[in-house]
Design a binder for this molecule. Structure first.
Ligand SMILES: [Zn+2]
Length: 120
């Protein structure tokens, strides 16, 4: 990501996160988020199944109506989880690079990492 010195406006690209807003990177994060959410849901279901036996729904084909909201909620949760992951990775990269000196003015006042423009 790009970091800007808040003292002299010097900009520098550092770290391994992309310097542009990148769709493939977002898809990568959403894949990781899907994996983590699926693992969490499976663990919760495994935990709950120990107490209550799995029940069949009594609503017949009407229970199919719950599928679209569940899919929509799943996409929203995956997107939010990807944003949280992105923030955590940005925070780690920021904490790694925040203590170095600016090569131009020597101060240690860096902005939070940001991206510029759009990439693939
Ligand atoms: Zn500077």
């Amino acid at each position: 990501m790009i970091y800007k010195c808040r003292n002299c406006q010097f900009e520098e690209a550092r770290g391994c996160l992309p310097v542009t807003s990148c769709g493939l990177y977002m898809l990568f994060l959403m894949g990781i988020a899907t994996f983590l959410l699926t693992a969490a849901v499976r663990m919760v279901r495994l935990y709950l199944r120990g107490d209550v036996p799995h029940q069949q729904s009594d609503f017949g084909w009407w229970s199919l109506l719950q599928i679209p909201p569940i899919i929509l909620l799943g996409f929203v949760m995956i997107f939010v989880a990807a944003l949280v992951l992105d923030f955590m990775l940005s925070l780690i990269e920021y904490l790694v690079f925040v203590l170095r000196k600016c090569p131009k003015c020597g101060s240690r006042r860096w902005s939070f990492g940001f991206t510029r423009g759009f990439g693939l």
